[in-house]
Design a protein around this ligand. Structure first.
Ligand code: CAA
Length: 261
């Protein structure tokens, strides 16, 4: 996908060694997201160079992302992209397929071979909040404002955000945040586990670069195996998890010492 094509969509994508950076780059529209944004995100994930270990997702300008481009709920839609505005004329399967396609733009950020870091400043609303939730870690500026606005608009959060939200903050807090559509600011985000780190807005890029360097300081294959273990832990019993640890460690030991006689 060419830089020009991405620029038309409002995205930038750069790879520098082991770090890829995806920037939502439509600050004049507060980085509102369209079908094209999600399809381009999926293509970026599909074509991610093998050497990449850290993916930074950030937004240009005062907001991380104001969520879905509200034109997508109008009959006219976004030029060249259609809309959900004509939903009543579409069958359930086509609507589910459209959502499924959009979700593919978010899912790859959990891959075990990478660690994704969202750098979030200002508003992260709806799809913007969910994009931050799709990342493994969230480093936020002290002006951050998370808001799951979907229920206020008659919708559900459907861009893969509900599971990580519940896992991060617990069911009661997730219900509170979603069903009130209230704003969660930096102090609370840190306290309830939505953000790993809060920094002054001017320090966000530096804090993310520092985290990326820390993440790159561990062994690549061990990091991927450990992420697989951690991701699977909540779905396994202790006995199953212990066995999974053994299986991963056997691979690591073979890789590290297998050549010795
Ligand atoms: N879609 C399209 N355009 C948007 C937008 C959006 N979501 N959010 C902001 N913009 C545009 C504004 O229309 C405005 O455009 P013009 O300059 O052409 O008038 C420009 O961006 C700047 O917006 P504001 O002047 O409002 O900027 P602000 O900094 O004062 O406020 C904001 C920022 C709080 C994010 C505010 O713009 C806002 O509330 N936006 C709407 C947020 C929203 O409701 N998003 C939908 C969430 S639900 C979702 O995402 C659904 C889903 O996943 C299924």
């Amino acid at each position: 996908m060419s830089a020009d094509h991405l620029a038309e969509i409002g995205l930038r994508y750069e790879v520098d060694g082991e770090i890829a950076t995806v920037t939502l780059d439509r600050p004049d529209k507060r980085n509102a997201q369209t079908f094209a944004t999600w399809s381009a995100l999926r293509s970026i994930g599909d074509a991610l160079p093998e050497q990449v270990r850290v993916v930074v997702v950030k937004g240009e300008g005062p907001s991380f992302s104001a969520g879905i481009d509200l034109r997508m709920f109008s009959d006219e839609g976004v030029p060249g992209q259609g809309s959900f505005g004509s939903a009543s004329s579409q069958d359930d399967d086509s609507l589910k397929q459209a959502v499924d396609k959009a979700q593919q733009g978010f899912l790859w950020l959990r891959r075990p071979d990478i660690v994704s870091v969202a750098a979030v400043q200002g508003h992260a609303i709806g799809a913007g909040f969910q994009l931050a939730l799709a990342c493994d870690l969230r480093i936020v500026a002290d002006d951050v404002k998370f808001c799951m606005k979907e229920p206020a608009l008659g919708l559900v959060p459907d861009l893969t955000g509900t599971k990580p939200l519940v896992e991060l903050v617990g069911l009661a807090k997730a219900i509170d945040i979603c069903l009130t559509a209230r704003v969660v600011e930096a102090d609370e985000a840190y306290r309830i586990g939505l953000a790993e780190q809060v920094v002054a807005a001017g320090d966000l890029a530096g804090a993310v670069a520092e985290k990326a360097a820390q993440l790159l300081s561990t062994d690549r294959d061990a990091a991927a195996a450990t992420k697989r273990l951690l991701q699977g832990a909540s779905g396994r019993t202790l006995d199953e998890q212990r066995a999974a640890e053994g299986a991963e460690q056997a691979q690591r030991l073979k890789a590290l010492f297998g050549g010795r006689s």
